[in-house]
Unconditional design. Structure first.
Lengths: 403, 318, 296
């Protein structure tokens, strides 16, 4: 028998060689991002962080599409710089999201980071990004602490969780006969802030909470125990916050267990946001009122253009996630037009002089402490044609970010 | 040169290579190396249970994660000094392991496996629920960078050397135990527990001791990871952490010294480094490698012997 | 009706529905474990495969033919996978039970990743087939009809499995193998065939449970871990190799997940895993598992 002798030494040598080859690309520690200045003919590398798996995958897909559409309509350039986009999957939790962002900064050497849906991931990554002195524009995550520390590198084109919830809290407090309200949201950073924001505003307006609950985030598929709790609490209305796949499951089960007929459902706008979400919810969503800083039915010229362009390419109407990402690209475009260089400090400085954004589909807004100060709308799910949309009921006025 | 002297030289050579590595590798690769070192220490601690004592644990992540939370909490609220956080991590890991182990080591074989699984899930659930201390499902974030005797280890390279030091110290402790009479007793228990009992050994106490030591060192490894990632989440405690480390031990080779370390390197590289380039299917390749090892190389990669093919010269059949 | 029951009877009912689903999932695991002492860690991924089969063949709003086709396909695929698993595990028969369990673990990793490669990483929701997608009023409270159907189906299946195991010769063979496999071999029966059959049927049931559970749980990555843990708890508490034990265990766990969560909220998870740990320490063979083997 004369087999090739797999000696331990040879095997180790082979493995060492393979791993060295695998790690070799990482050896290049030179900074590769963004040659040339902001004025004419350079490149910029942007890291796009969106969920491509888990409960928010459809939301992530929409944000990616918004980024691509913006670049397509602007020749693939941000302020005359050619854009290279590196997409990273934030997954569902900080365990996947933070290493993905770390890789973008250390391995892919991006110049700026855009995206992030989950508040938990944004919170986990903000120190990392600030220490590395990279600009990060958060295009969805709403946790207060993300911008509360006022790090010059962290900006946001979305909202704070409490900003949207407080708007509904204030509104419901003025509705005589709304009765005690039950608050329910998933058990993570965003959910807790939504409940607190709603509760503070609602109770300040004289309202009373019938109870609150926080189902496990990402793990709850059967909401029956919570729905039974709502029925037993004597609540006359329910206020909730769910998004993506969880919104679909909750709204459908809310109807299946007979609550939608007896206890009207109100929500933070994400509950019924997204064509895929509304389509999956079907008739169960009819009549639900929500507050949000955008609706595809908004009647201003910029939005009409935006919706038409979106529908032409993607058929279904856009949702707030697309608009936030669209605005992120637009804000970055303005900043790069005045930035002197592409490092984090120059970009941060340029961001602070961006001013009012008047060409956004959501209406004019401006930065207030690095988070938008914007109008919040009250919307109701109604059928237009053969699909459900979020019809705008009224404009609840401009609000500053609530912390 | 005797076999022992050769082995010692091999260890020193490996440490020397690792010590030089941060100077050559880029930022991301150095950060990955730190993660590999933390994970390797974790795997080596599990090997004390699986390979040396014959207790297959599918819930070792509980002690790793507990150590990580303890280190993170101390770093945020008490002090940034690295050694202090690691001591806290070791104590936390040991305490939880003592509580869990006092119950778990009464069971044998597959029942022990399921019990450790249950413990892992309970600990993960505690981390999810105890929001005020652990931050709930968001995890413990904003952990400040470590300091060693007043010097900040924020730079990736300096941290890598720190990790190497901790790793070397942990491995030295494990080797000492393995070589000492305690290690011999544990191996005896693995090979034939009834006989050990007949010889008068109180096997329950020895198994518990192994469990606690393994838990303490896993805690230290967790503390190291917390310092590297600057973030701890409940996923570091449960199934998602316990499965890869068991894979690492089996793939690398149980009851060998560098087997678990090799296995840990393979798991981290496949999952985190090569994962994106494999289209996110690092787990698939890992699964294939694992199944191949279980079928074809029963002692793990470290047991491949000189001679005709791979001989599964292992201990007695359990 | 007493006030407490009035407040909670929907939860009680839901517990029966979840319990029925868990029974279909776990009975295979119980018999496999009881017969071969093999901890089939791939049981969860079989459930997930069934859920994906439902989504793939039936889509978000299935018609009856589509739904039934999904059940059949899942059953067939499950049986095939079960047979394959049985053969692979058999090859390691002379090694320890731990190695066999680890083998199933490795195969789970591969299968789970292959499923997310094939079906994507996002969460899919599936509606019940027409006729079962409404709600019925029970004592004035609405409850989804589909879950009532699950209760009925679970009862029928439990009766069927009980009949097979208690009254047929195959059932006698299964019980004998669980009690003493070496004796069965020495009597002249090829125990490997019995094991293959049980593995195949158990796996098929797990996949079918996945299809039936799809309108409740959907199909998503990570569902296999949840399903496996629940099945393990059921099997350990109910007893290894016992169909009656699997039924009782499933109903208990179903009630903990529904009534328990309604009353105790987050503490319910502690009750679940605490019960698992307690039973493993005090009575490892479970409530209905006999010391040496099993009855039905």
């Amino acid at each position: 028998m004369n087999h090739a002798r797999i000696t331990r030494r040879r095997l180790l040598g082979a493995m060492g060689a393979t791993s060295a080859l695998a790690l070799l690309p990482a050896c290049k520690s030179r900074s590769e991002g963004g040659g040339g200045g902001a004025a004419g003919g350079g490149r910029i590398k942007i890291g796009l962080v969106v969920p491509q798996s888990g409960v928010y995958a459809t939301v992530g897909n929409e944000m990616k599409r918004a980024w691509e559409l913006w670049l397509e309509r602007h020749g693939g350039k941000l302020a005359k710089l050619d854009v290279t986009t590196v997409v990273a999957d934030e997954g569902e939790s900080p365990q996947t999201g933070v290493p993905a962002i770390q890789k973008l900064i250390q391995s892919d050497q991006v110049d700026a980071i855009v995206g992030i849906i989950s508040s938990a991931i944004a919170l986990g990554a903000k120190d990392l990004v600030a220490d590395a002195k990279k600009l990060m524009i958060v295009a969805n995550a709403g946790a207060a602490k993300i911008t509360a520390a006022k790090s010059p590198y962290i900006w946001r084109t979305s909202f704070t969780n409490a900003q949207i919830a407080a708007a509904m809290g204030k509104h419901l407090a003025t509705q005589a006969g709304a009765g005690p309200v039950y608050a329910i949201a998933p058990d993570y950073a965003a959910g807790a802030e939504v409940i607190k924001g709603f509760k503070d505003a609602f109770e300040a307006g004289g309202g009373k909470l019938a109870g609150e609950a926080k189902p496990a985030f990402g793990k709850t598929q059967d909401y029956q125990p919570f729905l039974t709790g709502i029925q037993g609490s004597g609540a006359k209305a329910t206020f909730c916050f769910f998004a993506g796949a969880e919104a679909i499951a909750f709204v459908k089960q809310y109807a299946q267990f007979g609550l939608s007929a007896q206890i009207p459902l109100y929500g933070s706008g994400f509950l019924t946001e997204g064509a895929a979400v509304l389509a999956a919810q079907g008739d169960a969503a009819a009549g639900i009122q929500t507050t949000l800083h955008y609706s595809s039915e908004l009647d201003n010229p910029t939005n009409k253009d935006f919706v038409a362009a979106w529908k032409a390419k993607y058929k279904d109407p856009p949702a707030v996630y697309a608009v936030q990402m669209w605005d992120a690209a637009s804000v970055l475009n303005r900043a790069l037009a005045t930035a002197t260089a592409l490092d984090g400090d120059s970009l941060a400085k340029a961001m602070s002089s961006v001013g009012t954004i008047d060409d956004s589909p959501r209406g004019p807004w401006s930065f207030d402490g690095q988070t938008p100060r914007q109008k919040i709308y009250l919307r109701k799910v109604e059928k237009r044609g053969d699909a459900y949309v979020n019809a705008v009921v009224t404009d609840l006025g401009e609000t500053a970010p609530v912390y | 040169m005797t076999a022992q002297a050769r082995r010692r030289l091999a260890w020193l050579a490996a440490l020397a290579v690792l010590a030089v590595a941060p100077l050559v590798l880029g930022t991301y690769a150095s950060a990955t190396l730190s993660r590999i070192l933390a994970f390797a220490l974790f795997a080596a601690s599990l090997d004390l249970l699986v390979g040396v004592t014959g207790l297959p644990s599918l819930g070792h992540g509980a002690y790793f994660g507990t150590g990580a939370y303890a280190a993170g909490w101390v770093a945020i609220h008490v002090t940034r000094s690295g050694p202090v956080t690691l001591v806290a991590a070791a104590v936390a890991g040991a305490v939880v392991a003592a509580i869990a182990g006092s119950v778990a080591v009464r069971a044998r074989g597959v029942f022990f496996l399921m019990l450790t699984l249950a413990v892992g899930e309970i600990v993960e659930q505690i981390a999810q629920s105890w929001q005020s201390v652990t931050g709930g499902s968001d995890g413990l974030y904003s952990i400040p960078s470590t300091e060693l005797a007043g010097i900040s280890l924020g730079d990736v390279r300096w941290f890598c050397w720190y990790a190497l030091g901790v790793f070397a110290a942990g491995m030295a402790v494990l080797r000492c135990i393995g070589g000492a009479p305690l290690g011999q007793t544990l191996r005896g228990i693995r090979d034939n527990e009834p006989r050990m009992r007949a010889l008068g050994y109180r096997t329950y106490h020895y198994k518990l001791a192994a469990f606690v030591i393994a838990g303490a060192i896993a805690g230290v490894a967790g503390g190291l990871l917390a310092a590297q990632q600057r973030l701890v989440t409940p996923a570091d405690l449960g199934f998602a952490s316990s499965v890869p480390v068991l894979l690492a031990v089996i793939i690398g080779g149980e009851a060998t010294w560098w087997g678990p370390c090799l296995g840990a390197a393979i798991v981290v590289i496949l999952r985190d480094v090569l994962g994106p380039s494999l289209g996110g299917h690092g787990s698939l390749v890992l699964g294939v490698v694992f199944v191949a090892v279980v079928f074809l190389l029963p002692g793990g990669l470290a047991r491949i012997r000189i001679g005709a093919g791979a001989g599964p010269a292992r201990g007695t059949v359990r | 009706m007493p006030a407490w029951i009035d407040a909670h009877f929907i939860s009680l009912l839901n517990g029966l529905a979840i319990g029925s689903l868990l029974f279909i999932l776990a009975v295979g695991l119980s018999l496999i474990f009881g017969m071969m002492d093999v901890l089939n860690l791939a049981h969860g991924v079989l459930f997930l495969a069934g859920a994906y089969a439902a989504w793939w063949l039936a889509g978000a709003s299935p018609s009856w033919p589509q739904f039934l086709a999904a059940v059949l396909v899942a059953g067939a695929a499950g049986a095939l996978a079960g047979s394959g698993l049985s053969l692979l595990v058999e090859r390691l028969a002379r090694r320890s039970h731990l190695d066999q369990a680890l083998l199933t673990l490795g195969l789970t990793l591969i299968a789970a990743d292959a499923l997310s490669a094939a079906f994507g990483d996002d969460v899919h929701t599936i509606n019940p087939p027409p006729g079962l997608d409404g709600s019925a009023l029970i004592f004035g409270k609405a409850y989804p009809v589909y879950r009532l159907a699950l209760i009925g189906l679970g009862a029928v299946l439990a009766a069927a499995v009980h009949l097979v195991v208690e009254r047929t010769s195959i059932g006698a063979l299964i019980r004998a193998t669980v009690a003493d496999r070496h004796m069965v071999a020495s009597v002249g029966v090829d125990e490997r065939r019995v094991k293959l059959a049980v593995f195949a049927v158990g796996a098929a049931l797990a996949a079918i449970a996945g299809v039936l559970g799809a309108p409740v749980y959907g199909a998503r990555p990570g569902l296999d871990g949840t399903a496996l843990l629940l099945a393990l708890v059921v099997v350990v508490i109910g007893g290894l190799g016992s169909v009656r034990g699997a039924l009782v265990g499933a109903l208990v766990i179903g009630e903990i997940e529904s009534l328990g969560r309604a009353v105790l909220s987050n503490l319910a998870s502690f009750v679940l895993f605490g019960a698992l740990a307690l039973v493993l320490v005090l009575r490892p063979r479970g409530l209905f598992g006999a010391a040496s083997g099993a009855r039905s």
